[in-house]
Design a binder for this molecule. Structure first.
Ligand SMILES: Cc1cc2nc3c(=O)[nH]c(=O)nc-3n(C[C@H](O)[C@H](O)[C@H](O)COP(=O)(O)OP(=O)(O)OC[C@H]3O[C@@H](n4cnc5c(N)ncnc54)[C@H](O)[C@@H]3O)c2cc1C
Length: 111
């Protein structure tokens, strides 16, 4: 069966601190934003018990920090898709292509 083609303004690969922060800003700019994560949302920071150097927090767990950031990004309209493995990325085509197991995404911007 042919894969569904979907257009996005920006695709972010990886839903760790960096990816979700990018998604928060892109979503806030009203860009159609998709974050693709091949595992669980969170990245490395999700395994940190106590973070003491994040501005604005004396101490916060990684799970709490990433949960808040995920919600913030989604509140600004970013979509987060876990476990749809990326099979191919074409950075040379216009638009750029990200092909996953189930879909083909077209986008001008990939982070
Ligand atoms: C135990 C521990 C404690 C830590 N404590 C602190 C601390 O107290 N203070 C501090 O400043 N830093 C700390 N760090 C470091 C901090 O966690 C990292 O610097 C930070 O999480 C990096 O975020 P990132 O988004 O750049 O990368 P990552 O967290 O590595 O996220 C990358 C994401 O991309 C996903 N990904 C990778 N390849 C693909 C692919 N092909 N397709 C889809 N998704 C993909 C991964 O699954 C992952 O979710 C700690 C790290 C650990 C492990």
């Amino acid at each position: 069966m042919a894969k569904e083609h979907i257009e996005k303004d920006i695709i972010i690969i990886g839903a760790g601190m960096a990816g979700l922060t990018a998604a928060l800003y892109a979503g806030r700019m009203n860009l159609r934003t998709l974050v693709l994560e091949n595992s669980l949302v969170g990245g490395q920071i999700a395994t940190a018990a106590d973070i003491e150097n994040f501005p604005g927090f004396e101490r916060v767990s990684g799970m709490e920090l990433i949960g808040t950031l995920e919600k913030q990004a989604m509140n600004f309209g970013a979509e987060i898709d876990e476990f749809d493995r990326i099979e191919r990325v074409d950075l040379k085509s216009t638009p750029k292509i990200v092909e996953t197991e189930t879909r083909v995404y077209e986008t001008p911007v990939i982070i």
